[in-house]
Design a binder for this molecule. Sequence first.
Ligand code: ASP
Length: 308
Amino acid sequence: MKGVLVIHCGAGTWRGVDEETIKKVIVDTLRRGIDVLVGGGTALDAVVEATMSLEDSGVLNAGLGSVPDLRGNVWMDAGVMDGWSGRAGAAAAVTYPKNPVLLARKILELTDHIMLAGSAADELAIKLGLPKHPGPSERVKKRYEEVLKKASSGDAVFKKSFELAQKLGYFDTVGAVALDNEGKLAAAVSTGGVILKFPGRVGDSAIPGAGFYANKYGAAVATGIGETIMMSMLSLRAVNLISEGYLADTAARLAIQYHTSLYGKDTAGLITLDYRGNAYGAYNTQAMPWGYAKTETREVVISGLKKP
Ligand code: ASP
């Protein structure tokens, strides 16, 4: 069996991001994740490794680069799903871990639950000795100041936050799906959420079926306005289509088409992978940088930098 790893860096406008930087992040991340599969690691190992690499890049909306909420603080969501066992783990509205995806995996492996949220989830991260998030970076603080300048105050900002996020292209959540040498699939996602969100807001990235999903036939990870993705159950929809016999590309296109018919353009994107190893990325935004690599060749393919 041949292993495949697919990653994305978020749907949005990508106007303000230097293309070379994003390409380098994709290449480095795919190499790191593919090495895991080549070394005999599972699909779950590979998606967690890849997502940690994206969280640590500091230039995407996850982990170190997470965007600020209305008060300038960072609250993150993350989820993982193992398609073979059908089990998921998720961490919602956490502030402590540098790599929320690692906490989501621990929740899957160490508890009977699927999701832990807020301070109790942070406590678990501390107990497990997971690395601590250093707090909003200078880059994130600068972004916060810039965005606040563009809006007036308080509730007015919140009401406009999707509009602002759409204009500014701040949907750079990260995610990964993988197929391992044994033909097992997994999905992982991590995000700082939508910029200027209400403190305590939880988005699609913590919700199995919405922000991520995997079974024995397919895996999908979504990005975009979480409130719309939670309502269309975008990842589940794409994986259901794969389970019914569609290839990953048709499933992704149909799922995004459906989502767009309900919530309009500039709302979402997703990556899909089927059990045969077909990978695809579809989005209704201007761009969604994504890429894949296979264990056979290790060659990295990058797409989605500009809307086709
Ligand atoms: N889906 C994420 C959320 O709503 C945002 C993103 O994709 O960047 O939390």
